[in-house]
Design a protein around this ligand. Structure first.
Ligand code: TRP
Length: 335
């Protein structure tokens, strides 16, 4: 590990396989940054349990899937440390200390948490939320700070979490002396890719293309995607939101500009042609990812080894940080 390198931490909740929205919103970014930063990538199972405490099997089953998604898109285990959050109990310990540095209204104001509580009525009836879910941003601050990360590549929706982490880190440093850096968010250029029906991309809406989808899955999904009635490929978010959304998919898959895409499909008389080309483009982009994923699927022992090696490295950093934290907080009694 190069000590001159700044440190990076990011992560995903293992609640499902990762989709194209994750890819453009954060996975691509973390892969691009893995040479420049000493990178830690966490599979946030403890956080996933804050709104899936009634379904631990789901979280468990998706840990390996999310690990394979990360490896398939090019996260290199020789460069980046891939690990499972729950295996580093120091993070839970740090969460307890951090929880003294955040007020309840501060958590209640968090726009991302607010939105989530609203959309999770099945588990938080009438907006009545658990202590654990309301407090997950504190735990996320501990995720970021246990290894004293400088940067956090995330999607737009995670901005409030990084803001809170900075507040907590500053308070900690003010009370107990300098321990933590002020982390910066690195927001991906394409932060929010909408689902194929124009709604937020989500497993529950069935509107996502997964990194592990087969070419046939991709075809079926694209052919069913929402469009409009005038058979014109024009980028006009206001008047043609669905076609514009599909153009964004095409742009992501090919790197072509919206103008170039408009020109290419200027002569079409039905969206079918555009959709067929879009299917091809997405499948071309996903092909190497799919192949790499298949290799790991055939050899999950290798994935387990990568996670174990990652755990070891994460643990070392956690121990270093916590030794310092405990000493600054005067709870290092017998040393
Ligand atoms: N909250 C993030 C999400 O829902 C996942 C996450 C957990 C995370 N811990 C993190 C992201 C630490 C960045 C840093 O996608």
């Amino acid at each position: 590990m190069d000590p001159a390198k700044k440190r990076l931490l990011t992560g995903d909740r293992p609640t499902g396989k990762l989709h194209l929205g994750h890819y453009v919103g954060s996975l691509k970014n973390r892969v691009a940054l893995q040479d420049e930063y000493d990178s830690f990538v966490m599979i946030a199972d403890v956080q996933a349990l804050t709104d899936n405490f009634d379904n631990p099997e789901k979280v468990r089953d998706n840990v390996l899937e999310v690990a394979m998604d990360n490896l398939a898109v090019g996260l290199d285990p020789n460069k980046a440390t891939l690990f499972i959050q729950s295996q580093i109990p120091e993070i839970a310990e740090l969460t307890v200390f951090f929880s003294n540095l955040v007020t309840v209204p501060e958590l209640q104001r968090n726009p991302t948490v607010k939105e989530e509580i609203k959309s999770k009525g099945h588990i938080f009836k009438d907006g009545i939320v658990t202590f654990g879910f309301l407090g997950y941003p504190v735990s996320q601050a501990a995720d970021i700070m246990f290894c004293r990360s400088h940067v956090v590549p995330v999607g737009e929706d995670q901005k409030p979490m990084i803001e809170l982490t900075r507040k907590i880190a500053k308070k900690f440093n003010d009370y107990y002396g300098e321990v933590f850096p002020m982390p910066e968010a690195i927001i991906s250029p394409v932060s929010r890719l909408k689902g194929l029906d124009g709604r937020k991309m989500s497993k529950s809406f069935g509107n996502a293309i997964y990194l592990s989808d087969s070419p046939e899955d991709v075809q079926t999904k694209i052919m069913k995607a929402k469009t409009d009635t005038d058979a014109k490929v024009l980028y006009d978010v206001e008047n043609k939101p669905d076609v514009s959304n599909l153009m964004t998919y095409y742009q992501i898959a090919t790197g072509e500009s919206y103008e170039a895409i408009e020109e290419k499909f200027a002569a079409i008389t039905s969206y079918k042609v555009f959709k067929e080309e879009l299917t091809k483009a997405i499948n071309t982009m996903l092909l190497p990812i799919r192949e790499k994923r298949h290799e790991y699927e055939k050899n999950t022992d290798l994935v387990v080894d990568i996670l174990k090696a990652g755990e070891k490295k994460a643990k070392q950093e956690a121990e270093k940080t916590m030794e310092l934290v405990r000493s600054r907080m005067k709870i290092n009694y017998f040393q």
